[in-house]
Design a protein around this ligand. Sequence first.
Ligand SMILES: [Cu+2]
Length: 323
Amino acid sequence: MILTKILFLGLFVELSAAACTTKGQRRAWHTLTNTDKLAYINAELCLMKKPAKLGLPGAKTRFDDFQAVHQVQAYLTHYVGAFLPFHRALLSAHENALRTECGYTGWQPYVYWQEQRDTGNFKKSVVLDPTYGFGGDGSGGKCITNGPFANYTNSLGPGYSITSHCIDRQISEMFSGWTGQKDVDACLAKTTWLTAWPCIEDRPHGGGHSGVGGQMSNGVSSPGDPLFYLHHTWLDKMWWDWQAKDLTKRLKEMGGTNIMPDGKPAFPPRPNTIPKPTGAAGDPGTQTTMTHILNMYGNSPNVTIADVMDIGNDLLCYEYVEP
Ligand SMILES: [Cu+2]
């Protein structure tokens, strides 16, 4: 919550800078009208045309900026307690940019991919439609050849590297099979944060990334494919659905390691060419706490995990609509 104190007639009055009155409604992609699908796609294309402004290495466009914020700290935002909170903050920042920088002010602000619908069958998903979606599979595991993002030159990745390349995909229905209702239900049934978060990060998270393949399967540079945002919004909904089962308790339930454990080869350590977070970031100790700082690298003010626990608060102000 952002509070401004002003002196008014000798009294301190606290004003909320942005009180949440109307919550943004996040909807499943397949429930949108074609007009609304195109509005989202066009806003993303707009971010791809605007120049980068964070000064992060290699980033050329505003779309790249969000990928860069993920890339430079991938090693400290995965397989740690901050995994879901960090991505919640990143999604919200991306959503704000679509709205405030690219005029995306339609009746609904953001979307998720209801992956249970397409589990084991990503190739047929309406999300990959070439006209009203994100385009299809890569050709021979390489560049996507159709859809609105086929001609985008991505400046970051793979991994921590900085190279120019296309958006590539290599769909694997073996991995897409990890995104089914059975796997979602298994995570929602977990009774503690320390079991629910790793469950979500394992099969549903890994299944969507590796099911799409290519850039999406690279844990460091995956936001180079705009599908990243629909996939992670689905995971964010999963976390919220889990929280909502026992809201009072789970709005405060956090924890887990703050330092990535050894033996996670998908996340190589940060190379020296990648800038370290400026100022305070993370937790001072080895455990993830509510005061853990999520670093946005100047894209938006840094927030704490406590700030992103409740999606209906003044900072986030959204809700999920069931398909
Ligand atoms: Cu990530």
